[in-house]
Design a protein around this ligand. Structure first.
Ligand code: FAD
Ligand code: MLT
Ligand code: ZN
Length: 475
């Protein structure tokens, strides 16, 4: 094998048809936002864990870095190689089998390249729920969800991808396979490798399969969109919803009015379900509960709590979905924000989390400081308020153009992240670090944490061949 060229070695493992170069490789070399483009020796598509192990070993022998890629929907450039041209992009699309559904254990073992939506559908067909839910679910993969510890819109009730994972199968930097596909809910046998690999963004190992948790299907769901007068009221409403619904509260999303107006501007077939007055509200919330008793029980609880919220002025108006179709339409409005934001031109995206109690103060301070320094910027603020996670994005206007934004991106990052850090928040709540935020991580994570992370990276990947330059600087 050593005497073969790298391309021939890769072809002998995955088959020539699955080693892509030139134009065939191009779609995999730019990230979803179009912010990063790299070069690669080849893009390869292994179809089994053993083939992944052989690819990694072949790359290690020749010093070629390996960049794992699932659906390429990540928002931090984590799946895009650098521009050296020496990396091999390892696509997981053919690792797409559901290996087992164990309804007695409420678990499912799936390969890393399975599309999230397919996993949800397979769980549903087995009478169970796999609750991870996000706008990119039609194209993102379980491997990408694991590698980024994805969040989304049901974290409030079910947790992030880490909480949804019981076991993993991983190929390490030396090509060895760790067989950790255990469906155990209790296992205290030392350090938890599963938790180390989840969220490691392909820098410590290539995840090839996972055993994930399943849940009972809810008997009923209720969804509502509310027009709100302020963020303070949105936070008060969240407390009311937590108290009123308890664990039944599945999602609580916050959207600035500007986001909703952006969505209906770029997608005029979508309509906000409010009268003109409420449609101009400064803020909107999307609430969902899941009930294990009955439709009527869910509906009565839902209307009682939302009625109180309107009566006491926390919400100005509320629209409750009358059917699954209406519920989907409300969610579609929310899920379209990212696409509408992309249509609107350049933006600086933030993915911050804070204690919910600090959100209103943060927004007041950050909006005022940014507006003072960069008059005309537009705040495109939305996110998972129930988790204290906001996408505090900054967009352009006629007064503050895309070129201005690019020129000032570093300053905007520093202003926002300094405020977040001063309030003990996180600069990456759910999207990860990728290559976008390597510098930011070094700035805000404590020296001791960076030191331990670097020690772990060097121990598991001594030659820096697994997704180099992501999360931590390359060495
Ligand atoms: P990719 O983009 O292919 O890769 C992401 C990272 O994981 C890269 O570092 C890559 O190297 C690594 N990786 C991929 N597969 C593996 C593997 N098998 N082993 C090891 N490493 C691997 N994210 C959220 O958390 N919440 C949201 O609500 C959300 N909404 C989104 C909405 C839209 C419209 C879009 C475009 C993105 C959204 N995202 C969201 C971001 C993105 O969808 C998630 O990060 C998702 O988990 C990425 O999955 P992927 O398969 O596309 O991974
Ligand atoms: C979302 O919550 O919609 C996503 O995380 C995507 C984004 O931040 O644009
Ligand atoms: Zn999000």
């Amino acid at each position: 094998m050593k005497s073969e060229t790298s391309l021939a070695a890769l072809a002998s493992i995955v088959g020539e048809a699955h080693v892509l170069t030139g134009d065939a490789a191009a779609p995999y070399l730019t990230d979803w936002r179009g912010r990063f483009t790299g070069k690669a020796l080849a893009v390869v598509r292994p179809e089994s864990t053993q083939q992944v192990a052989n690819v990694v070993r072949a790359c290690a022998e020749r010093g070629n870095p390996v960049v794992p890629q699932g659906g390429n929907t990540g928002l931090c450039g984590g799946a895009t190689p650098d521009d050296s041209g020496s990396a091999v992009v390892l696509l997981t699309s053919r690792l797409n089998r559901v290996r087992e559904i164990d309804t007695a254990n409420d678990t499912m073992t799936v390969e890393a390249g399975c599309i999230l939506q397919t996993v949800q559908e397979q769980a549903q067909a087995a009478g169970r729920l796999f609750p991870l839910s996000l706008g990119a679910e039609g194209s993102c993969t379980i491997g990408g969800n694991l590698a980024t510890n994805a969040g989304g819109t049901a974290v409030l009730r079910y947790g992030n991808m880490r909480e949804l994972t019981l076991g993993l199968e991983v190929v390490g930097a030396d090509g060895r396979i760790w067989h950790g596909l255990r469906g155990l809910r209790k296992d205290n046998t030392g350090y938890d490798l599963r938790d180390l690999y989840v969220g490691s963004e392909g820098t410590l190992g290539i995840i090839t399969a996972a055993t994930i948790k399943l849940f009972p299907q809810p008997v009923a769901r209720c969804t509502a969109m509310l027009a709100l007068p302020s963020v303070e009221k949105a936070v008060a409403l969240l407390s009311r919803a937590r108290a009123g619904f308890g664990a039944a509260l599945t999602g609580y999303e916050l959207m600035a009015g500007v986001c909703m107006r952006m969505v209906t501007h770029y997608y005029p077939h979508l309509r906000l379900p409010f009268e003109p007055g409420s449609a101009q509200a400064p803020w909107f919330a999307l609430l969902e509960i899941s009930d294990s008793e009955s439709e009527q029980h869910a509906r009565d609880r839902f209307e009682a709590v939302l009625g109180e919220a309107v009566d006491c002025g926390e919400a100005d108006d509320a629209v409750v979905a009358e059917s699954i179709t209406q519920s989907k339409a409300l969610w579609h409005l929310r899920e379209s924000i990212t696409l509408a934001e992309a249509e609107s031109g350049k933006s600086v995206k933030h993915d911050i989390s804070l204690a919910v109690s600090r959100i209103a103060k943060f927004l007041a301070q950050a909006d005022a400081q940014l507006q003072q320094r960069f008059p005309g910027i537009v705040n495109i603020t939305f996110g998972h308020l129930g988790d204290g996670n906001l996408h505090y994005n900054v967009g352009t206007s006629e007064r503050f153009t895309g070129d201005d934004l690019v020129a000032h991106q570093a300053v905007i990052y520093a202003m926002v992240h300094d405020m977040v850090s001063a309030m003990d928040g996180s600069i990456s709540a759910e999207h990860g670090v990728g290559q976008l935020k390597v510098g930011e991580l070094a700035r805000y994570k404590g020296a001791q944490e960076i030191e331990v992370m670097t020690l772990l990276k060097r121990a598991l990947d001594p030659h820096c061949l697994l997704n180099p330059g992501k999360v931590l600087p390359a060495y």
